[in-house]
Design a protein around this ligand. Structure first.
Ligand SMILES: [Zn+2]
Length: 388
């Protein structure tokens, strides 16, 4: 909802990609490679087909039910619809919590508004909405040290009503411990333009200012993650006029994503899929997922409902001269894919694993340490392989 200011104020700096700040994480990359452009496209179409989702409309209720059902289908159980009223209408924030394994009471908040104004809002903010649902799909079975709250806000277009309500009625009374707020608003790009830069927004507001340095640091980390996990360049700018503002005002550390080529169609009936660049949103999703893994500290681990412990899979002998047997100790073979990465994270081998015991021959590789990642849509395990 912020096209005017951005064009008036051109205070920005180009980020210099710092190779030392974040290191490439091959496990994070293996999660990021599962981002699905067909999921993103299908969800954008659904979002658009609901129509104009202003507060009080049937369309926004339909979108709300769609979002809530999606998280239920993904297996999330802590889903709260938070109603609030204004202007004679009631609408809902949707808050989904994933519990962290080390810091369960500290929350990375990822948020995007799903209400729209004057049109279907496929970019503003269908783009952020479907990005978040794709992140939630891929983070579901990732063990994260920090808890994550995915929040779909309503009432943003009417003046950040939903996020203000959440800060005043949840964050403040519950004294919620928030590590960072990552706001995603209008990241769909413009059809016909070269969309290859994402704006990473930091907090340059001085009321308060004590949270600005941490915001700048987190925003730099996020920009670096785009360099590692997407093909987009980054630009650092300032945060304004979206749902992170009430959090900022409360002293929280915030960051945000916003498209560089700003759609001229926001808040009109022309904010449609046809005027967007879905491939750009695909790349934004990849970078955002890499950043979310970095911020929540993703730990390479298993879906406990599928694997009881690491020892259910073994690679032997290990070290070997290149021939490894893979043994699945339980009858859990379901379309596994094996990907072997070198220490730089480059994929050097890929195959399907369809039997409980299989042999792979990696003797064509140089001696050294590799990572073998075995995964299907339910589980993932990564183990170190040594070729000597
Ligand atoms: Zn918006």
């Amino acid at each position: 909802m912020k096209q005017v200011l951005q064009t008036l104020i051109v205070l920005f700096t180009f980020s210099i990609s710092s190779l030392s700040a974040q290191t490439y994480n091959s496990y994070y990359n293996s999660v990021v490679t599962d981002v699905s452009s067909s999921n993103i496209l299908a969800d954008l179409i659904t979002f658009e087909n609901f129509g104009l989702k202003d507060v009080g409309s049937t369309a926004i209720s339909n979108a709300q039910n769609w979002i809530t059902t999606r998280y239920q289908d993904l297996g999330y159980t802590d889903i709260v619809e938070q109603p609030f009223s204004y202007g004679g209408n009631t609408t809902n924030n949707i808050i989904i919590t994933k519990t962290g394994s080390v810091y369960p009471n500290t929350f990375l908040i990822i948020d995007a508004h799903y209400d729209t104004i004057n049109g279907t809002g496929t970019n503003d903010n269908g783009s952020g909405t479907v990005l978040m649902m794709e992140l939630a799909r891929l983070l579901k079975n990732v063990n994260t040290e920090y808890s994550i709250k995915f929040i779909h806000f309503s009432g943003e277009e009417d003046g950040l009503i939903g996020s203000n309500y959440y800060v005043n009625n949840t964050v403040i009374p519950d004294n919620l411990d928030i590590s960072l707020v990552l706001n995603i608003d209008e990241v769909g790009g413009v059809n016909g333009l070269i969309n290859n830069i994402i704006v990473c927004e930091n907090d340059q507001d001085n009321t308060p200012s004590a949270n600005n340095a941490a915001s700048a640091a987190s925003t730099t980390i996020m920009a670096n993650c785009f360099g590692l996990y997407s093909n987009l360049a980054t630009e650092i700018s300032y945060a304004y006029a979206s749902d992170y503002v009430p959090f900022q005002n409360n002293g929280e550390i915030i960051t945000g994503l916003y498209e560089k080529n700003e759609t001229p169609y926001a808040h009109t009936s022309s904010d449609t899929l046809a005027n967007m660049d879905v491939n750009y949103l695909f790349e934004v999703t990849k970078g955002a997922l890499g950043a979310a893994l970095e911020f929540a500290v993703g730990i390479n681990s298993l879906d406990v409902t599928t694997f009881s412990k690491d020892s259910t899979i073994s690679f032997y002998p290990n070290p070997s001269s290149g021939k490894f047997n893979i043994k699945l100790n339980e009858n859990i073979v379901e379309n596994f894919e094996l990907i072997v990465l070198d220490i730089l994270g480059k994929e050097v081998y890929k195959s399907k694993i369809n039997n409980q015991i299989e042999t792979i021959d990696l003797s064509f590789l140089n001696k050294g340490v590799y990572l073998a990642s075995l995964k299907n849509d339910k589980a993932r395990i990564t183990k170190k392989l040594v070729i000597q």
